[in-house]
Design a protein around this ligand. Structure first.
Ligand code: GLU
Length: 425
């Protein structure tokens, strides 16, 4: 029996529902491979705890706005819930649930002792002042306070949040506790117990995954990156540092292309100065959709979910896709790309570097200790390469795609933990 997916009218489906549907589809495929029974499938398909809150925010002009916030703990069988907090206008409970589910499989796949969670606030952070953002963050944290804690559920940055957001969360939680609790959140500034290597960790992981999947020297390999933000910009930098030629990048402002290869450091400086890639002098303007269709070796989607669909998948020419974003490829696109022989390093593997170094940050916090950047880098590389190797061998052994194999390993570990613990009472 398959997991019940709520019936929907395709035209009315929201991006969040689409993401959840993709996540459930992937779970179903893995459950089939693993031969899981119906009870276990239902448990893994539904979140353990799910909280929706209304967050009142005082605006600068004195008005009060109310925005929706969410925190979903998908599974806690293997350890405390772990996952970022997203500030984005179109986030909803379905998207946050899908993202929490992917966190569960991701942590299990790379072998770190966490369950999966995600948080979200349906707001556009770019239109708020810093003071409004601070008030919003603190009030949202206050609303989800009963759920979070260093032994229970540990937030981190995601789309639209950063080190400063994490500092406010750490402070709000600590003030309520009456003492400093650095381990309640990861991705903190260094001065509050952040870890060396955390800021670039997701991007470093994308680079490690891409190089492992290429299996040859990256010298001259052409790369296009969709989403030149927190993850994509540094992934482009690290791939370029390794010898690859980044020929195109895009962000919300536009896309730029240069067949000779972009100077990624110079482009990052331009973005820091102007706020986006658009107008960059040393490249040609490109349509957003054109980036996906470029004749490149590697495509890195590093923005939001559902950008590679059945509509553009047939025109994708990259032989390798490395998913820096969560859920960028729909199941329909997955099938088309698999049939075309495109290799996809799936999100739960390719972007796991962020949560891996979050885990290392949390371990350092819990021990009141800190490691050198080299120690962090070596541990990150070991975990990423180890997981990549396991996924690749299982895929070869069972004739699965890398995404299917990654899910079989991740879902299988969570199911095993659940079965070993047994059911209480
Ligand atoms: N938001 C990141 C992710 O999707 C990091 C989560 C974390 O570090 O807990 O993997």
């Amino acid at each position: 029996m398959s997991i019940m997916v709520p019936s929907k009218t395709p035209a009315l489906i929201t991006p969040g529902q689409q993401a959840l549907e993709s996540a459930l589809h992937q779970l179903n495929q893995a459950a089939e491979q693993l031969g899981l029974d119906d009870g276990l499938r239902t448990m893994l398909a539904t979140p353990r705890r799910s909280l929706t809150v209304s967050v009142p925010v005082r605006r600068e002009d004195g008005r009060m706005d109310v925005v929706q916030g969410f925190r979903v703990q998908h599974n806690v069988s293997r350890g405390p819930a772990k996952g970022g907090i997203r500030f984005h206008p179109s986030t909803d409970i379905h998207e946050v649930t899908a993202l929490a589910m992917w966190m569960t499989w991701k942590c299990a796949l790379v072998g770190i002792p966490y369950g999966g969670a995600k948080g979200g606030v349906a707001v556009d952070p770019t239109v708020l002042t810093t003071r409004e953002l601070e008030r919003l963050t603190r009030r949202y944290v206050n609303e989800i306070l009963p759920l979070i804690g260093p032994e229970k559920d540990i937030p981190a940055p995601d789309v639209g949040t950063d080190e400063q957001t994490m500092a406010w969360i750490m402070d709000t939680y600590s003030v309520n506790a009456g003492y400093s609790v650095p381990g309640v959140v990861t991705g903190k500034p260094m001065t509050l117990g952040g870890s060396l290597g955390r800021a670039g960790a997701t991007s470093r992981g994308v680079q490690i995954a891409a190089l492992a999947a290429l299996g040859r020297s990256p010298e001259g390999v052409t790369v296009a990156v969709q989403g030149f933000g927190k993850v994509g910009a540094l992934a482009a930098q690290y791939l370029s540092d390794a010898g690859a030629k980044v020929v195109a990048v895009s962000d919300v402002t536009g896309a730029v292309h240069s067949a000779r290869g972009l100077d990624v450091a110079d482009l990052r400086a331009w973005v820091a100065e102007t706020g986006g890639v658009t107008g960059y002098r040393h490249g040609d303007t490109l349509g957003h959709d054109e980036l996906f269709e470029l004749d490149v070796d590697v495509l890195v989607p590093a923005a939001l979910e559902g950008v590679i669909t059945e509509a553009n998948a047939p025109r994708i020419r990259a032989r390798l896709i490395v998913e820096g974003a969560n859920g960028p490829t729909t199941p329909e696109a997955d099938e088309i790309l698999a049939a075309n022989g495109t290799t996809i390093v799936p999100d739960i593997l390719a972007n796991a570097g962020g949560v891996i170094v979050s885990y290392l940050e949390w371990v350092q916090n819990m021990q009141a200790f800190s490691w050198s950047s080299n120690e962090v880098e070596v541990k990150l590389r070991d975990l990423m390469e180890g997981a990549f190797g396991e996924v690749k061998s299982l895929a070869a052994e069972r004739g699965l795609t890398l995404r299917q194999a990654a899910h079989v390993i991740g879902v299988g570990r969570v199911a095993e933990a659940h079965q070993m613990r047994g059911l209480y009472p």
